[in-house]
Design a protein around this ligand. Structure first.
Ligand code: ARG
Length: 457
């Protein structure tokens, strides 16, 4: 392939060097953004009189034809091409002749690639955001069905205080809501149109940058031509937002893996979302959750990769920056694949309320409420605390839970106990009493679910 820049050179590029240098195998996925950006650029060039209206029309029609043919599959890009920008320009000139050679007036691939990547990323992040929305909606739905599903809450992975399955999974809804707002912050900051930066020094042509920005739906134009071509903060922010999403998905996955184990037995994987073992017939493995947890590593890798690529680069564009794309694309693909399977897996999880309740009963997580019962009858808290502690010790010695003790057993420890204690230590009572904002009480959680659902709509 004869490169567009071959004028200065007397030899053909070595073919291995060409392969090494080429970005086409990964940047071809931006062909639609590249062509759309070029159409806006050509229209602006014609509108400002930099090229003739006829050339402008020929370029736009030619680019639209190339776009349609790539979309339909009628046209396949020559893999020997250097990058998507060169390929499109070469195709255009093959198709429409000399007018095609005017497209790149007042532009460089440096500002072009900065534009394409922003355009690609704003669509891709929009798609991830839509997937997050679906996941949050699924969590809300599951939570609504489990407002009174009592389970132990944990600190240090030790049973701590009573909560509900709804309250526990709504914690993840809060995380994914923050993830959405992080994506929208990133989108707002990257909403800047870099064309006009040229190679790095701007251009002497009287282009109308704002016109191109408006045509492409950007809120603003970049304010420094050097920064315009050398800024990849938006890639780093995107990879960082994607990494945090994966971190949340990974924690949730870890929880699901634990809760599906026989030791916990709180959740039951649907057969469609688990796999068997080739040797152990009894196994039902949470592979999806494990893969999501595992794939988190590669998304972090993309973030580390781009941070490292950028850290030593002098101004302005350097070819190192071509390395921004593969990691970013892989991170986007990975997050999107994970969300694609995670949400239906979550929906299909069976909730074993009996097991959750049993675990909650066995952890004496209502011992505080038992002491509070006496305190509310006028017994000083420290005495009540001691009485409750004695009851717990007694329960452990005879393998009982607090609610299985008879009233005689209670009164043997402290005469202040009466029939009312059973209601006071009932786990649902304990949960319902924690009705402050943010607490696990069914009404409180239901109100939060409604507010989140309203926010989604
Ligand atoms: N393929 C290049 C990239 O992805 C496009 C910009 C090339 N610019 C240059 N001066 N060689 O970064």
């Amino acid at each position: 392939m004869n490169n567009l820049w071959s004028g200065r050179f007397s030899k053909e590029l070595d073919s291995d060097v060409n392969d090494f240098n080429s970005s086409l195998r990964f940047d071809s996925r931006m062909y639609a953004q590249d062509i759309t950006g070029s159409i806006a650029h050509a229209r602006m060039l014609a509108a400002t009189g930099i090229i003739s209206p006829e050339d402008g029309e020929a370029i736009v029609a030619g680019l639209e034809g190339i776009l349609a043919d790539l979309q339909s599959g009628a046209l396949v890009l020559d893999p020997a091409g250097e990058d998507i920008h060169m390929c499109v320009e070469q195709l255009l000139t093959q198709r429409i002749g000399d007018a095609g050679k005017r497209l790149h007036t007042a532009r460089s691939r440096n500002d072009q690639v900065a534009l394409d990547l922003r355009m690609y990323l704003r669509e891709a992040l929009g798609a991830v955001d839509a997937q997050l929305k679906e996941l949050i909606a699924a969590i809300c739905e599951k939570a609504s069905a489990n407002l009174e599903t009592v389970m132990p809450g944990y600190t240090h992975l030790q049973r701590a205080q009573p909560t509900t399955y709804a309250h526990a999974i709504m914690a993840y809804a809060e995380m994914f809501l923050r993830d959405r707002s992080r994506l929208s912050d990133c989108l707002a900051r990257m909403d800047v149109m870099p064309l006009g930066s040229g190679a790095m020094g701007g251009t002497t042509y009287p282009i109308d940058r704002s016109m191109t920005a408006r045509a492409l739906g950007f809120a603003a134009i970049s304010q420094n031509s050097i920064d315009g071509v050398s800024d990849r903060d938006f890639v780093i922010e995107a990879c960082s937002g994607l990494s945090i999403i994966m971190m949340h998905l990974s924690r949730f996955s870890e929880e699901i893996i634990l809760w599906c184990s026989s030791e916990f037995g709180f959740l039951e994987l649907d057969d469609a979302y688990s796999t068997g073992s080739s040797i152990m017939p009894q196994k039902k493995n949470p592979d999806i959750a494990e893969l999501v947890r595992g794939k988190t590593g590669r998304v972090y890798g993309s973030l580390m990769g781009i941070l490292t690529v950028m850290k030593g680069l002098p101004l302005a564009y350097n070819k190192d920056m071509q390395e921004d794309k593969e990691g970013l694309f892989d991170a986007l693909d990975t997050v999107s694949q994970c969300l694609h399977v995670f949400t239906p897996m979550l929906k299909s999880l069976g909730v074993r309320r009996d097991r959750m309740l049993r675990a909650a009963q066995q952890g004496f997580i209502n011992a505080t409420d038992c002491a509070d019962f006496l305190t509310k009858k006028g017994v000083p808290f420290r005495d009540a605390y001691t009485a409750s502690g004695k009851l717990v010790r007694y329960c452990i010695s005879c393998g009982k839970t607090l609610d299985e003790l008879s009233l005689e057993e209670y009164r043997a420890v402290h005469p202040g106990f009466d029939e009312g204690v059973y209601a006071a230590i009932d786990l649902l009572t304990c949960v319902s009493g924690r009705s402050l904002p943010g607490g696990p009480a069914p009404d409180t959680v239901a109100a939060r679910i409604r507010a989140v659902e309203d926010q989604l709509h």
